[in-house]
Design a binder for this molecule. Structure first.
Ligand SMILES: Nc1ncnc2c1ncn2[C@@H]1O[C@H](COP(=O)(O)OP(=O)(O)O)[C@@H](O)[C@H]1O
Ligand SMILES: O=C(O)C1=C[C@@H](OP(=O)(O)O)[C@@H](O)[C@H](O)C1
Ligand SMILES: [Mg+2]
Length: 172
């Protein structure tokens, strides 16, 4: 099986859904943020505050390319799609699944979360703007799931149905 890359805005459920999807497909899962934290030896928030976003993006691109490209679900950080090179890499090496979620629900989910340096609950307008700026890039995915008000099992079910459909069409 070619890699499955899960994309979407912060709080869309990439990490949680990717874990369960990998379990259902019986393949390994790697979260790019966790992988970066392991390699660098620092938490995402510390990497941003000590080294800046640009350095984080450089790590993100370098480490994305280190990951296996078969029999794996890769759960990405929300900004991975901002670099064309990453989008091309993912397109070339696997299938991209975009988890869409309405921004109001994301605000609700992340209201007490302090681990995401680019998610600013205090500056709603700025965060909403970032969400809208990125939407066209997320929408370049091979498959889009609207996760708004769906539970994790429903979302996994939709993804697996799509994967089975693709397999049926011999379109791996
Ligand atoms: N479909 C869902 N329904 C309800 N809560 C969800 C759903 N998907 C994710 N969550 C919750 O939202 C928060 C963010 O999820 P996470 O998987 O970390 O998102 P991401 O990796 O996309 O930033 C977590 O607390 C998670 O439990
Ligand atoms: O959207 C972004 O630019 C980011 C999303 C985060 O991952 P999640 O989408 O899992 O929160 C993490 O990679 C970093 O804080 C930057
Ligand atoms: Mg995540």
């Amino acid at each position: 099986m070619k890699a499955i890359y899960i994309t979407g805005f912060m709080g869309a459920g990439k990490t949680s859904i990717g874990d369960k999807l990998a379990e259902a497909l019986n393949v390994q899962v790697i979260d790019t943020d966790h992988y970066i934290e392991q390699k660098v030896g620092e938490k995402i928030a510390a990497i941003f505050s000590k080294h800046g976003e640009q350095k984080f993006r450089a790590y993100e691109q370098e480490f994305l390319k280190e990951l296996p490209t078969t029999d794996i679900v890769v759960t990405t950080g929300g900004g991975i799609i901002t670099q064309a090179e990453n989008r091309n890499w993912m397109k070339q090496h696997g299938k991209i699944i975009y988890l869409h979620c309405e921004i109001e629900l994301i605000f609700e989910r992340l209201k007490d979360d302090t681990t995401r340096p680019l998610f600013d609950v205090q500056q709603r307008e700025k965060t909403i703007q970032l969400f809208h700026e990125r939407l066209p890039l997320y929408r370049e995915a091979d498959f889009i799931v609207d996760t708004t008000f769906k539970n994790i099992d429903q979302i996994i079910h939709e993804i697996i149905e799509w994967l089975d459909f693709k397999k049926g069409g011999n379109n791996d």
